[in-house]
Design a protein around this ligand. Sequence first.
Ligand SMILES: Cc1ncc(COP(=O)(O)O)c(C=O)c1O
Length: 389
Amino acid sequence: MDVQGLISHRARSLDASGIRRAFERSARLFDPINLSIGQPDFEVPEAMREVVKSAIDEGQNGYTMTQGADAPIALLQAHLRHDVGWNIPSENTDVLLTAGTTGAITLAFMALLNEGDEAIIPDPYFVVYPALAELVGGKAVCVDTYPDFRMTAARVEPLITERTKLVMVNSPGNPSGVVLSEAELIELEELCRDRGVVLISDEIYDAFTYSDGLENGQFPTPARRTEEMLLIRGMGKTYGCTGWRLGYAAGPKVLIDEMAKLQQYTFVCAPSIVQASMSAIASVDLRPYIDAYEKKRDMVVQALSPYTNLTHPSGAFYAFVEVPPELGETASQFADRAMEDNVIVIPGHIFSQRDTHFRVSFAIDDERLAKGLEILQRHLKSRTGHPAS
Ligand SMILES: Cc1ncc(COP(=O)(O)O)c(C=O)c1O
């Protein structure tokens, strides 16, 4: 049987070769300084691990309701009432627990996009956005946010057409770490409302917003302004448990109900034992982790900004660093050179239509981070990576 010949256009249309090639090449390195990792380097808080272990022993191993089990859903609703002031649950607004944040984005795109419909996404973007838009038959329309990586209403407005169904904003952003201000987010929200399109706010890095990204001590979100948007958040990055696959979507009940129906026929429910971990979240103090990551962010900015353009990351655990034009090379070429020196960074074309920047992740211990930054400094200074040249 010619299985290859049976593969769908849908599967074929996705090109993962760039990521796979980089992965295969880095796998050949011995003990590399890996500045490509998209998850925290700390252990999952003990209280959460204990609750999950007990959930297994207590037999919480079966399906839950598609929306989520009663207790975690009640906790989330209370959290949203407190954090963004939503009247939830209500006739108009509800929440759905999903299999990771990607699960929520998948369901939202499936629920909103018909064949040929357009999803406006930032460029640079989280790799899943354009791929998913295409997978469900829609089209990703990229907002060029270079060089400051701010997805403003002024940049989005000219791209809205009759086919636009949704605008995706991601703050703090992957790969840039840029945090949008509340004023910028409110303008975007007003634009979407005026033009009758859904604003989706992917806030997976909300907990990792550093002191200079906060406003009145709070993480800026359009959700404090309206319930008529789709708010997507996740637990994986926040608590260092990306493999547990837990996220949620909250917003208009008509949309949440459609997403729940689609979840019923695909993922079924978020993992039951992981849902249980939410009862421990209130006892977790993330402060020390966030303070430690803010220091790592400062290390990156101090080390690299004298040598190149580096848009200040006020959140997440990434910096998106320009390859100095005078080096006359693409980000892929730069990343290849860094790899020869045992440092892994991700070239910009993985996240963008351009290949001018590379992503540095600082979710790694301070000593290795310092070593990696020193090597990157050398490469930013010259094409040979040697100090003398
Ligand atoms: C902006 C953004 N959204 C969503 C995700 C996916 O998160 P999850 O692992 O919860 O599916 C990521 C992961 O890197 C991300 O960077």
